[in-house]
Design a protein around this ligand. Structure first.
Ligand SMILES: Cc1cc2nc3c(=O)[nH]c(=O)nc-3n(C[C@H](O)[C@H](O)[C@H](O)COP(=O)(O)OP(=O)(O)OC[C@H]3O[C@@H](n4cnc5c(N)ncnc54)[C@H](O)[C@@H]3O)c2cc1C
Length: 473
Protein backbone atom coordinates (compact mmCIF):
# COMPACT_ATOMS: atom_id res chain seq x y z
CA UNK A 1 0.00 0.00 0.00
CA UNK A 2 1.44 3.34 -1.06
CA UNK A 3 0.58 6.68 0.51
CA UNK A 4 -1.58 8.70 -1.82
CA UNK A 5 -0.11 11.64 -3.71
CA UNK A 6 -0.78 15.17 -2.62
CA UNK A 7 -0.67 14.45 1.06
CA UNK A 8 2.78 15.75 1.90
CA UNK A 9 3.48 16.06 5.62
CA UNK A 10 5.11 19.26 6.69
CA UNK A 11 6.84 20.24 9.85
CA UNK A 12 5.86 23.01 12.24
CA UNK A 13 2.52 21.38 12.82
CA UNK A 14 0.91 23.24 9.94
CA UNK A 15 -1.76 21.12 8.33
CA UNK A 16 -1.53 21.07 4.57
CA UNK A 17 -3.74 18.05 4.10
CA UNK A 18 -7.11 17.85 5.79
CA UNK A 19 -8.93 14.55 5.46
CA UNK A 20 -12.63 14.35 6.32
CA UNK A 21 -14.00 10.84 6.77
CA UNK A 22 -17.70 11.02 5.95
CA UNK A 23 -19.40 12.85 3.10
CA UNK A 24 -22.57 14.01 4.78
CA UNK A 25 -23.39 17.08 6.91
CA UNK A 26 -20.46 16.82 9.34
CA UNK A 27 -17.66 15.91 6.92
CA UNK A 28 -18.68 18.26 4.12
CA UNK A 29 -19.18 21.18 6.52
CA UNK A 30 -15.66 20.63 7.86
CA UNK A 31 -14.21 20.57 4.34
CA UNK A 32 -16.13 23.65 3.20
CA UNK A 33 -15.10 25.68 6.25
CA UNK A 34 -11.44 24.75 5.82
CA UNK A 35 -11.61 25.72 2.16
CA UNK A 36 -13.34 29.00 2.98
CA UNK A 37 -10.63 29.88 5.49
CA UNK A 38 -7.61 28.74 3.51
CA UNK A 39 -7.57 28.24 -0.25
CA UNK A 40 -4.15 26.60 -0.01
CA UNK A 41 -5.14 23.66 2.20
CA UNK A 42 -5.27 20.31 0.43
CA UNK A 43 -8.66 18.76 1.30
CA UNK A 44 -9.97 15.24 0.77
CA UNK A 45 -13.40 13.93 1.71
CA UNK A 46 -13.60 10.16 1.91
CA UNK A 47 -17.05 8.60 1.94
CA UNK A 48 -18.28 5.05 1.97
CA UNK A 49 -20.98 5.65 -0.63
CA UNK A 50 -21.39 7.72 -3.78
CA UNK A 51 -23.73 10.42 -2.41
CA UNK A 52 -21.66 13.30 -1.08
CA UNK A 53 -23.52 16.18 0.54
CA UNK A 54 -26.98 14.69 0.10
CA UNK A 55 -29.74 16.04 2.30
CA UNK A 56 -30.91 12.84 3.95
CA UNK A 57 -33.36 15.07 5.86
CA UNK A 58 -35.20 15.38 2.55
CA UNK A 59 -35.64 11.63 1.99
CA UNK A 60 -39.31 11.56 3.11
CA UNK A 61 -40.15 14.20 0.51
CA UNK A 62 -38.57 12.14 -2.26
CA UNK A 63 -40.49 9.07 -1.09
CA UNK A 64 -43.71 11.11 -1.07
CA UNK A 65 -43.07 12.26 -4.63
CA UNK A 66 -42.92 15.96 -3.71
CA UNK A 67 -39.20 15.97 -4.59
CA UNK A 68 -39.34 14.53 -8.05
CA UNK A 69 -35.79 13.18 -8.44
CA UNK A 70 -33.37 11.85 -5.86
CA UNK A 71 -30.57 13.93 -7.36
CA UNK A 72 -32.48 17.05 -6.28
CA UNK A 73 -31.70 16.11 -2.66
CA UNK A 74 -28.05 17.05 -3.13
CA UNK A 75 -27.16 20.24 -1.25
CA UNK A 76 -24.32 20.45 -3.80
CA UNK A 77 -23.31 18.13 -6.61
CA UNK A 78 -20.00 16.26 -6.57
CA UNK A 79 -18.90 18.60 -9.35
CA UNK A 80 -19.75 21.67 -7.23
CA UNK A 81 -17.62 20.30 -4.41
CA UNK A 82 -14.71 19.36 -6.65
CA UNK A 83 -14.86 22.80 -8.27
CA UNK A 84 -13.93 24.17 -4.83
CA UNK A 85 -10.76 22.13 -4.96
CA UNK A 86 -12.02 19.46 -2.57
CA UNK A 87 -11.04 15.93 -3.61
CA UNK A 88 -13.79 13.33 -3.22
CA UNK A 89 -12.89 9.71 -2.58
CA UNK A 90 -16.27 8.08 -3.08
CA UNK A 91 -17.20 4.45 -2.44
CA UNK A 92 -14.16 4.35 -0.18
CA UNK A 93 -14.42 3.06 3.37
CA UNK A 94 -11.91 4.04 6.02
CA UNK A 95 -10.84 0.87 7.83
CA UNK A 96 -8.18 2.07 10.25
CA UNK A 97 -6.71 5.33 11.44
CA UNK A 98 -3.02 5.05 12.28
CA UNK A 99 -2.73 8.03 14.57
CA UNK A 100 1.06 7.83 14.95
CA UNK A 101 1.72 7.55 11.21
CA UNK A 102 -1.07 10.04 10.36
CA UNK A 103 -2.47 7.65 7.79
CA UNK A 104 -5.85 6.11 7.08
CA UNK A 105 -6.12 2.67 5.53
CA UNK A 106 -9.12 2.45 3.24
CA UNK A 107 -10.74 0.04 0.82
CA UNK A 108 -12.74 0.75 -2.30
CA UNK A 109 -15.79 -1.17 -3.48
CA UNK A 110 -13.70 -3.73 -5.30
CA UNK A 111 -11.78 -4.41 -2.10
CA UNK A 112 -8.66 -2.59 -3.29
CA UNK A 113 -6.67 -0.98 -0.49
CA UNK A 114 -5.04 2.43 -0.20
CA UNK A 115 -3.33 4.53 2.42
CA UNK A 116 -4.27 8.17 2.70
CA UNK A 117 -1.90 10.39 4.63
CA UNK A 118 -3.22 13.39 6.52
CA UNK A 119 -2.03 16.19 8.70
CA UNK A 120 -5.39 16.54 10.39
CA UNK A 121 -8.42 14.30 10.11
CA UNK A 122 -12.09 14.99 10.90
CA UNK A 123 -14.05 11.84 11.68
CA UNK A 124 -17.67 12.34 10.61
CA UNK A 125 -18.89 8.79 10.23
CA UNK A 126 -22.40 9.65 11.43
CA UNK A 127 -24.89 7.20 12.83
CA UNK A 128 -26.56 3.96 11.90
CA UNK A 129 -30.18 2.96 12.49
CA UNK A 130 -30.95 1.04 15.68
CA UNK A 131 -32.40 -2.42 15.09
CA UNK A 132 -34.61 -3.10 18.10
CA UNK A 133 -34.87 -6.66 19.41
CA UNK A 134 -37.75 -7.78 17.21
CA UNK A 135 -38.04 -11.47 16.36
CA UNK A 136 -37.26 -12.11 12.68
CA UNK A 137 -35.77 -8.67 12.06
CA UNK A 138 -32.22 -9.97 11.74
CA UNK A 139 -33.24 -12.51 9.08
CA UNK A 140 -35.39 -10.12 7.02
CA UNK A 141 -34.13 -7.34 4.78
CA UNK A 142 -35.02 -5.06 1.90
CA UNK A 143 -35.60 -8.06 -0.41
CA UNK A 144 -38.39 -9.11 1.97
CA UNK A 145 -39.78 -5.58 2.19
CA UNK A 146 -38.30 -4.86 5.63
CA UNK A 147 -36.33 -1.61 5.78
CA UNK A 148 -34.41 0.86 7.88
CA UNK A 149 -33.88 4.39 6.62
CA UNK A 150 -30.74 6.47 6.89
CA UNK A 151 -28.84 6.55 3.61
CA UNK A 152 -29.62 7.11 -0.04
CA UNK A 153 -29.14 3.36 -0.59
CA UNK A 154 -31.79 2.68 2.07
CA UNK A 155 -34.04 5.10 0.20
CA UNK A 156 -33.56 3.36 -3.14
CA UNK A 157 -34.34 0.04 -1.47
CA UNK A 158 -37.60 1.46 -0.04
CA UNK A 159 -38.60 2.79 -3.45
CA UNK A 160 -37.80 -0.55 -5.08
CA UNK A 161 -40.02 -2.37 -2.60
CA UNK A 162 -42.87 0.08 -3.16
CA UNK A 163 -42.67 -0.56 -6.89
CA UNK A 164 -41.83 -4.29 -6.78
CA UNK A 165 -44.74 -5.31 -4.56
CA UNK A 166 -46.95 -2.39 -5.60
CA UNK A 167 -47.20 -1.60 -1.91
CA UNK A 168 -50.70 -0.74 -0.71
CA UNK A 169 -49.92 -1.03 3.00
CA UNK A 170 -47.00 -0.38 5.33
CA UNK A 171 -46.25 -0.79 9.01
CA UNK A 172 -43.93 1.83 10.47
CA UNK A 173 -42.26 0.77 13.71
CA UNK A 174 -41.53 3.96 15.64
CA UNK A 175 -43.22 7.35 15.83
CA UNK A 176 -40.30 9.70 16.30
CA UNK A 177 -39.96 12.50 13.80
CA UNK A 178 -38.61 10.31 10.97
CA UNK A 179 -41.37 7.75 11.49
CA UNK A 180 -43.97 10.52 11.37
CA UNK A 181 -42.50 12.08 8.24
CA UNK A 182 -42.52 8.68 6.59
CA UNK A 183 -46.15 8.08 7.65
CA UNK A 184 -47.05 11.27 5.82
CA UNK A 185 -44.84 10.38 2.83
CA UNK A 186 -46.32 6.91 2.34
CA UNK A 187 -49.89 8.14 2.92
CA UNK A 188 -49.28 10.80 0.26
CA UNK A 189 -48.27 7.98 -2.11
CA UNK A 190 -51.56 6.18 -1.40
CA UNK A 191 -50.09 3.56 0.94
CA UNK A 192 -52.22 2.71 4.01
CA UNK A 193 -49.97 3.19 7.04
CA UNK A 194 -50.08 1.58 10.47
CA UNK A 195 -47.79 3.39 12.91
CA UNK A 196 -46.73 1.41 15.95
CA UNK A 197 -45.09 3.14 18.91
CA UNK A 198 -44.20 1.41 22.16
CA UNK A 199 -44.43 4.62 24.23
CA UNK A 200 -47.82 5.98 25.30
CA UNK A 201 -47.82 8.80 22.74
CA UNK A 202 -46.37 9.61 19.31
CA UNK A 203 -43.53 12.13 18.95
CA UNK A 204 -42.12 11.39 22.40
CA UNK A 205 -39.75 14.37 22.12
CA UNK A 206 -42.65 16.65 23.12
CA UNK A 207 -45.01 16.38 26.10
CA UNK A 208 -47.86 13.88 25.64
CA UNK A 209 -50.41 16.73 25.70
CA UNK A 210 -48.93 17.90 22.39
CA UNK A 211 -48.19 14.38 21.12
CA UNK A 212 -51.92 13.70 21.32
CA UNK A 213 -52.57 16.51 18.84
CA UNK A 214 -50.06 14.92 16.46
CA UNK A 215 -51.74 11.52 16.81
CA UNK A 216 -55.09 13.14 16.01
CA UNK A 217 -53.60 14.69 12.87
CA UNK A 218 -52.23 11.30 11.78
CA UNK A 219 -55.63 9.67 12.32
CA UNK A 220 -57.38 12.51 10.48
CA UNK A 221 -55.31 11.49 7.45
CA UNK A 222 -56.15 7.83 7.82
CA UNK A 223 -53.04 6.57 9.64
CA UNK A 224 -53.80 3.65 11.97
CA UNK A 225 -51.95 4.80 15.12
CA UNK A 226 -51.15 2.15 17.76
CA UNK A 227 -49.45 3.57 20.86
CA UNK A 228 -48.28 1.68 23.97
CA UNK A 229 -47.84 -1.17 21.51
CA UNK A 230 -44.60 -3.17 21.29
CA UNK A 231 -43.70 -5.06 18.13
CA UNK A 232 -42.57 -8.58 19.02
CA UNK A 233 -41.95 -10.20 15.65
CA UNK A 234 -42.04 -9.84 11.90
CA UNK A 235 -42.39 -12.86 9.64
CA UNK A 236 -43.14 -13.60 6.03
CA UNK A 237 -46.75 -14.50 5.30
CA UNK A 238 -47.17 -15.53 1.67
CA UNK A 239 -46.32 -12.48 -0.43
CA UNK A 240 -46.76 -10.23 2.56
CA UNK A 241 -45.40 -9.70 6.06
CA UNK A 242 -47.07 -10.41 9.37
CA UNK A 243 -46.25 -8.01 12.20
CA UNK A 244 -47.16 -9.25 15.67
CA UNK A 245 -47.28 -6.79 18.55
CA UNK A 246 -48.58 -6.48 22.08
CA UNK A 247 -51.12 -3.73 22.73
CA UNK A 248 -51.61 -1.51 25.80
CA UNK A 249 -53.68 -4.11 27.64
CA UNK A 250 -51.34 -6.97 26.64
CA UNK A 251 -53.77 -7.91 23.87
CA UNK A 252 -52.26 -9.17 20.62
CA UNK A 253 -52.13 -6.64 17.78
CA UNK A 254 -51.45 -8.11 14.33
CA UNK A 255 -51.10 -6.43 10.96
CA UNK A 256 -50.53 -8.07 7.58
CA UNK A 257 -48.69 -5.65 5.37
CA UNK A 258 -46.75 -5.21 2.13
CA UNK A 259 -43.74 -3.57 3.77
CA UNK A 260 -42.26 -2.68 7.14
CA UNK A 261 -40.13 0.33 7.98
CA UNK A 262 -38.21 0.21 11.25
CA UNK A 263 -37.33 3.74 12.37
CA UNK A 264 -36.43 3.40 16.02
CA UNK A 265 -33.61 5.94 16.35
CA UNK A 266 -29.90 5.84 15.60
CA UNK A 267 -26.69 4.97 17.38
CA UNK A 268 -23.36 6.65 16.72
CA UNK A 269 -21.10 4.86 14.22
CA UNK A 270 -17.78 4.97 16.05
CA UNK A 271 -15.82 1.75 15.48
CA UNK A 272 -13.22 3.52 13.38
CA UNK A 273 -12.50 6.21 15.98
CA UNK A 274 -12.71 3.79 18.91
CA UNK A 275 -10.18 1.43 17.35
CA UNK A 276 -7.87 4.39 16.84
CA UNK A 277 -8.05 4.99 20.59
CA UNK A 278 -10.70 7.73 20.84
CA UNK A 279 -12.54 7.95 24.14
CA UNK A 280 -16.23 7.10 23.93
CA UNK A 281 -19.14 8.36 26.02
CA UNK A 282 -21.49 5.90 27.73
CA UNK A 283 -23.83 5.74 24.73
CA UNK A 284 -20.89 4.95 22.45
CA UNK A 285 -20.55 8.43 20.90
CA UNK A 286 -17.04 9.82 20.44
CA UNK A 287 -16.16 12.09 23.31
CA UNK A 288 -15.06 15.49 21.97
CA UNK A 289 -14.40 18.77 23.72
CA UNK A 290 -16.12 21.96 22.59
CA UNK A 291 -13.34 22.43 20.01
CA UNK A 292 -14.38 19.06 18.51
CA UNK A 293 -11.02 17.56 19.54
CA UNK A 294 -11.04 13.86 20.30
CA UNK A 295 -7.92 13.95 22.45
CA UNK A 296 -5.97 11.97 19.83
CA UNK A 297 -3.33 14.10 18.12
CA UNK A 298 -4.75 15.89 15.04
CA UNK A 299 -7.98 13.87 15.17
CA UNK A 300 -11.21 15.88 15.31
CA UNK A 301 -14.76 14.56 15.07
CA UNK A 302 -18.21 16.00 14.36
CA UNK A 303 -21.83 15.11 13.65
CA UNK A 304 -23.95 12.16 14.66
CA UNK A 305 -20.88 10.15 15.72
CA UNK A 306 -19.99 12.51 18.59
CA UNK A 307 -21.51 13.64 21.88
CA UNK A 308 -23.53 16.87 21.83
CA UNK A 309 -22.56 19.73 24.09
CA UNK A 310 -25.85 21.20 25.28
CA UNK A 311 -26.01 24.71 26.71
CA UNK A 312 -28.23 23.64 29.62
CA UNK A 313 -27.67 19.89 29.97
CA UNK A 314 -23.91 19.60 29.50
CA UNK A 315 -22.79 16.56 27.54
CA UNK A 316 -25.59 14.65 25.88
CA UNK A 317 -26.43 13.08 22.50
CA UNK A 318 -28.86 14.76 20.10
CA UNK A 319 -28.15 13.62 16.54
CA UNK A 320 -29.49 16.31 14.23
CA UNK A 321 -28.44 17.70 10.88
CA UNK A 322 -28.48 21.27 12.12
CA UNK A 323 -25.99 20.33 14.85
CA UNK A 324 -23.81 18.22 12.53
CA UNK A 325 -23.37 21.21 10.22
CA UNK A 326 -22.26 23.47 13.06
CA UNK A 327 -19.96 20.93 14.67
CA UNK A 328 -18.42 20.12 11.28
CA UNK A 329 -17.73 23.78 10.64
CA UNK A 330 -15.98 24.11 14.00
CA UNK A 331 -13.98 20.91 13.44
CA UNK A 332 -12.90 22.05 9.96
CA UNK A 333 -11.76 25.41 11.28
CA UNK A 334 -9.82 23.97 14.20
CA UNK A 335 -8.29 21.17 12.15
CA UNK A 336 -6.41 23.77 10.14
CA UNK A 337 -5.24 25.69 13.16
CA UNK A 338 -8.30 27.61 14.37
CA UNK A 339 -9.55 28.05 17.93
CA UNK A 340 -13.30 28.01 17.40
CA UNK A 341 -15.69 26.64 20.04
CA UNK A 342 -18.98 24.88 19.38
CA UNK A 343 -21.41 27.15 21.25
CA UNK A 344 -23.69 24.29 22.23
CA UNK A 345 -27.03 22.87 21.22
CA UNK A 346 -30.48 23.46 22.69
CA UNK A 347 -31.97 20.45 20.91
CA UNK A 348 -34.08 22.80 18.79
CA UNK A 349 -36.11 20.77 16.34
CA UNK A 350 -39.18 20.94 14.17
CA UNK A 351 -41.25 18.44 12.20
CA UNK A 352 -44.15 18.78 9.79
CA UNK A 353 -46.88 16.15 10.06
CA UNK A 354 -49.42 16.68 7.29
CA UNK A 355 -50.87 20.15 8.03
CA UNK A 356 -49.39 20.42 11.52
CA UNK A 357 -45.98 21.56 12.67
CA UNK A 358 -44.52 20.52 16.03
CA UNK A 359 -41.40 22.18 17.40
CA UNK A 360 -39.40 22.36 20.58
CA UNK A 361 -36.31 23.97 22.00
CA UNK A 362 -34.55 23.68 25.33
CA UNK A 363 -35.73 21.46 28.15
CA UNK A 364 -38.86 19.64 29.19
CA UNK A 365 -39.59 19.08 32.87
CA UNK A 366 -37.76 15.79 33.34
CA UNK A 367 -34.67 17.08 31.53
CA UNK A 368 -34.67 20.30 33.54
CA UNK A 369 -34.90 18.34 36.79
CA UNK A 370 -31.96 16.17 35.73
CA UNK A 371 -29.96 19.37 35.17
CA UNK A 372 -30.75 20.66 38.66
CA UNK A 373 -33.45 23.21 37.80
CA UNK A 374 -36.85 23.59 39.44
CA UNK A 375 -38.97 23.63 36.32
CA UNK A 376 -42.53 24.86 36.04
CA UNK A 377 -44.28 24.12 32.77
CA UNK A 378 -47.38 26.06 31.81
CA UNK A 379 -49.72 25.33 28.91
CA UNK A 380 -50.96 28.24 26.82
CA UNK A 381 -52.77 28.86 23.59
CA UNK A 382 -52.62 31.94 21.41
CA UNK A 383 -53.79 32.93 17.96
CA UNK A 384 -51.10 33.14 15.32
CA UNK A 385 -52.46 36.56 14.29
CA UNK A 386 -55.23 38.98 15.24
CA UNK A 387 -58.56 37.14 15.33
CA UNK A 388 -60.33 39.90 13.36
CA UNK A 389 -58.12 39.23 10.33
CA UNK A 390 -59.38 36.14 8.46
CA UNK A 391 -57.75 32.77 8.98
CA UNK A 392 -56.44 33.11 12.54
CA UNK A 393 -55.39 29.73 13.97
CA UNK A 394 -54.59 28.55 17.47
CA UNK A 395 -51.02 27.69 18.43
CA UNK A 396 -50.63 25.35 21.42
CA UNK A 397 -47.61 26.06 23.58
CA UNK A 398 -45.93 24.64 26.64
CA UNK A 399 -43.42 26.93 28.27
CA UNK A 400 -40.94 25.85 30.92
CA UNK A 401 -39.09 28.19 33.25
CA UNK A 402 -37.03 27.79 36.39
CA UNK A 403 -39.04 28.63 39.49
CA UNK A 404 -35.98 29.88 41.39
CA UNK A 405 -34.33 32.17 38.84
CA UNK A 406 -37.17 32.75 36.39
CA UNK A 407 -34.87 31.61 33.57
CA UNK A 408 -36.55 30.44 30.38
CA UNK A 409 -35.67 26.76 29.98
CA UNK A 410 -37.81 25.39 27.17
CA UNK A 411 -40.71 25.91 24.80
CA UNK A 412 -42.80 23.42 22.84
CA UNK A 413 -45.30 24.45 20.19
CA UNK A 414 -47.81 22.94 17.81
CA UNK A 415 -49.79 24.74 15.15
CA UNK A 416 -50.86 24.59 11.56
CA UNK A 417 -48.16 24.92 8.96
CA UNK A 418 -49.14 28.48 8.03
CA UNK A 419 -48.73 29.70 11.62
CA UNK A 420 -44.92 29.94 11.44
CA UNK A 421 -44.46 27.73 14.49
CA UNK A 422 -40.90 27.00 13.37
CA UNK A 423 -39.82 30.64 13.41
CA UNK A 424 -41.58 31.25 16.70
CA UNK A 425 -39.64 28.39 18.28
CA UNK A 426 -36.49 30.00 16.91
CA UNK A 427 -37.30 33.17 18.85
CA UNK A 428 -37.52 31.01 21.96
CA UNK A 429 -34.25 29.29 21.06
CA UNK A 430 -32.52 32.66 20.74
CA UNK A 431 -33.92 33.74 24.11
CA UNK A 432 -32.75 30.55 25.84
CA UNK A 433 -29.38 30.81 24.11
CA UNK A 434 -29.01 34.31 25.52
CA UNK A 435 -29.99 33.11 29.01
CA UNK A 436 -33.10 35.34 29.23
CA UNK A 437 -35.69 34.99 31.95
CA UNK A 438 -39.28 34.23 30.99
CA UNK A 439 -40.17 37.75 32.05
CA UNK A 440 -37.48 39.27 29.80
CA UNK A 441 -39.04 37.60 26.75
CA UNK A 442 -41.75 40.26 27.03
CA UNK A 443 -39.14 42.94 26.45
CA UNK A 444 -38.10 41.54 23.07
CA UNK A 445 -38.97 43.88 20.24
CA UNK A 446 -40.79 41.42 17.99
CA UNK A 447 -42.56 42.32 14.78
CA UNK A 448 -46.31 42.89 14.49
CA UNK A 449 -48.93 43.38 11.83
CA UNK A 450 -52.52 42.03 12.27
CA UNK A 451 -52.44 39.47 9.40
CA UNK A 452 -49.26 37.90 10.80
CA UNK A 453 -49.17 38.43 14.54
CA UNK A 454 -50.30 40.34 17.59
CA UNK A 455 -48.72 43.13 19.61
CA UNK A 456 -47.67 40.39 22.01
CA UNK A 457 -46.38 37.52 19.89
CA UNK A 458 -47.41 33.98 20.90
CA UNK A 459 -44.15 33.39 22.70
CA UNK A 460 -44.77 36.53 24.77
CA UNK A 461 -48.38 35.53 25.43
CA UNK A 462 -47.05 32.20 26.75
CA UNK A 463 -44.44 34.00 28.88
CA UNK A 464 -47.18 36.08 30.44
CA UNK A 465 -49.24 32.95 31.13
CA UNK A 466 -46.18 31.44 32.84
CA UNK A 467 -45.69 34.54 34.97
CA UNK A 468 -49.36 34.60 36.06
CA UNK A 469 -49.31 30.89 36.90
CA UNK A 470 -46.08 30.95 38.87
CA UNK A 471 -47.11 34.07 40.79
CA UNK A 472 -50.25 32.28 41.94
CA UNK A 473 -48.57 29.08 43.11
C1 LIG B 1 -35.04 10.59 7.01
C2 LIG B 1 -34.25 11.55 7.85
C3 LIG B 1 -34.75 12.82 8.10
C4 LIG B 1 -34.04 13.71 8.87
N1 LIG B 1 -34.56 14.96 9.08
C5 LIG B 1 -33.86 15.87 9.81
C6 LIG B 1 -34.35 17.20 9.97
O1 LIG B 1 -35.43 17.54 9.46
N2 LIG B 1 -33.62 18.06 10.71
C7 LIG B 1 -32.42 17.72 11.27
O2 LIG B 1 -31.78 18.55 11.92
N3 LIG B 1 -31.92 16.45 11.12
C8 LIG B 1 -32.60 15.54 10.40
N4 LIG B 1 -32.09 14.26 10.22
C9 LIG B 1 -30.82 13.90 10.86
C10 LIG B 1 -29.65 14.35 10.03
O3 LIG B 1 -29.82 13.93 8.71
C11 LIG B 1 -28.36 13.80 10.61
O4 LIG B 1 -28.24 14.29 11.93
C12 LIG B 1 -27.14 14.26 9.82
O5 LIG B 1 -27.24 13.87 8.48
C13 LIG B 1 -25.86 13.68 10.41
O6 LIG B 1 -24.80 14.01 9.58
P1 LIG B 1 -23.40 13.28 9.77
O7 LIG B 1 -22.49 13.88 8.73
O8 LIG B 1 -22.96 13.34 11.16
O9 LIG B 1 -23.65 11.73 9.50
P2 LIG B 1 -24.41 10.82 8.35
O10 LIG B 1 -25.40 11.66 7.66
O11 LIG B 1 -24.79 9.62 9.07
O12 LIG B 1 -23.22 10.53 7.35
C14 LIG B 1 -22.14 9.72 7.64
C15 LIG B 1 -21.19 9.76 6.47
O13 LIG B 1 -20.04 8.99 6.81
C16 LIG B 1 -19.76 8.05 5.79
N5 LIG B 1 -19.05 6.96 6.44
C17 LIG B 1 -19.42 6.23 7.52
N6 LIG B 1 -18.45 5.36 7.85
C18 LIG B 1 -17.44 5.57 6.98
C19 LIG B 1 -16.14 5.00 6.81
N7 LIG B 1 -15.69 4.06 7.63
N8 LIG B 1 -15.38 5.44 5.78
C20 LIG B 1 -15.82 6.41 4.94
N9 LIG B 1 -17.02 7.00 5.08
C21 LIG B 1 -17.81 6.58 6.09
C22 LIG B 1 -21.11 7.74 5.18
O14 LIG B 1 -20.97 7.20 3.89
C23 LIG B 1 -21.73 9.15 5.18
O15 LIG B 1 -21.23 9.89 4.10
C24 LIG B 1 -32.78 13.34 9.44
C25 LIG B 1 -32.27 12.06 9.19
C26 LIG B 1 -32.99 11.17 8.40
C27 LIG B 1 -32.43 9.80 8.13
Amino acid sequence: LEPQDGAARVKENFPVHLLAIGGSDGGISAALRARELDPSVDITVMLADAYPNFSICGIPYYVSGEVTHWRNLAHRTAEDIEALGIRLLMDTTARRIDVDAHQVAATDQAGGGSLVAYDAVVVATGAVPIRPPIGGLEELGPGDGVHVLHTMSDTFAVMQTIERVNARSAVIVGAGYIGLEMAEALTTRGVAVTQIEQLPEVLPTVDPELGRLVAAELRRHGVDVCTSTRVDSIERSGNQLLVRAMGPGNEPVERTTDMVLVVAGVRPDTNLAAEAGAKLARNGAIHVDTHMRTGLPDVYAAGDCVVTHHRLLGTTYIPLGTTAHKQGRVAGENAIGGEKEFAGSLGTQVVKIFDLVAARTGLRDHEAISAGYQPVTVAATADDHKAYYPGAKTIHLRITGDRGTGRLLGVQEIGERATAVHKRIDTAAAAIFAGLTVEAVNDLDLSYTPPLGSPWDVIQAASQAWWRETRRS
